[in-house]
Design a binder for this molecule. Structure first.
Ligand SMILES: O=C(O)CCC(=O)C(=O)O
Ligand SMILES: [Fe+2]
Length: 195
């Protein structure tokens, strides 16, 4: 039963476990982003904020997109989307990107098992997570970004260019790639502690 014992605060509810957007990046922009990939800058992905490699949780290659003048357009587009999405849905307190955008490559056998992007230490400021699907769905098999919503497993859209935004405390995973290569960008928007 619902009651209304108000503390006098303005209330807005429009929560969704995840939302997605299409068309923010044009195909030639996605191609430009894919050309950022530089094997010399690639590192094996780690988990949490401790630079821990845990092959049972995550296997993929990542590199970070420097926040330089040349790359600013990518940051700017994603920041705009994050602010609009936040105004539409979440009303979290956001401060901005405090960690570089991550370009991720999953080859056959790579995966990222169930996790939250939020946690203790250096990842405790993460509020919103964003993923850009950079690969065409028929370039790879497996590699689904999935959310755990109660006990249902829900697939995120795979279309190239789709941007999926979700609160960093939502459980998600990327299933193992069984064929081909999937690439994505992952960004985290930070904010002050929950209150
Ligand atoms: O590749 C993705 O779409 C998501 C990866 C992920 O969950 C992460 O890097 O935290
Ligand atoms: Fe994640």
């Amino acid at each position: 039963m619902s009651i209304n014992y108000s503390f006098g605060l303005p209330l807005k509810h429009n929560f969704a476990e995840y939302v997605y957007y299409q068309g923010l990046f044009l195909p030639h922009e996605i191609d430009r982003i894919l050309h950022f990939w530089d094997d010399k800058k690639t590192v094996e992905a780690t988990v949490s904020d401790q630079n821990i490699k845990d092959d049972s949780l995550r296997k993929s290659s990542v590199m970070f997109i420097d926040d330089t003048d040349e790359n600013k357009w990518v940051y700017n587009k994603l920041a705009g989307l994050a602010m609009n999405c936040n105004n539409e849905r979440y009303w979290f307190d956001l401060l901005g990107f405090h960690q570089e955008l991550q370009l991720t490559r999953y080859s056959t056998g790579d995966f990222f098992d169930w996790h939250m992007d939020f946690g203790p230490g250096g990842i405790s400021a993460r509020k919103l997570s964003m993923t850009i699907q950079l690969s065409d769905p028929d370039e790879y098999e497996g590699g689904d970004l999935q959310f755990m919503i109660n006990k249902e497993v829900v697939n995120a859209p795979r279309e190239k260019g789709t941007i999926i935004v979700f609160p960093s405390f939502i459980m998600h995973r990327v299933t193992p790639i069984t064929k081909g290569v999937r690439q994505s960008i992952v960004g985290w928007v930070s904010g002050p502690p929950y209150r």
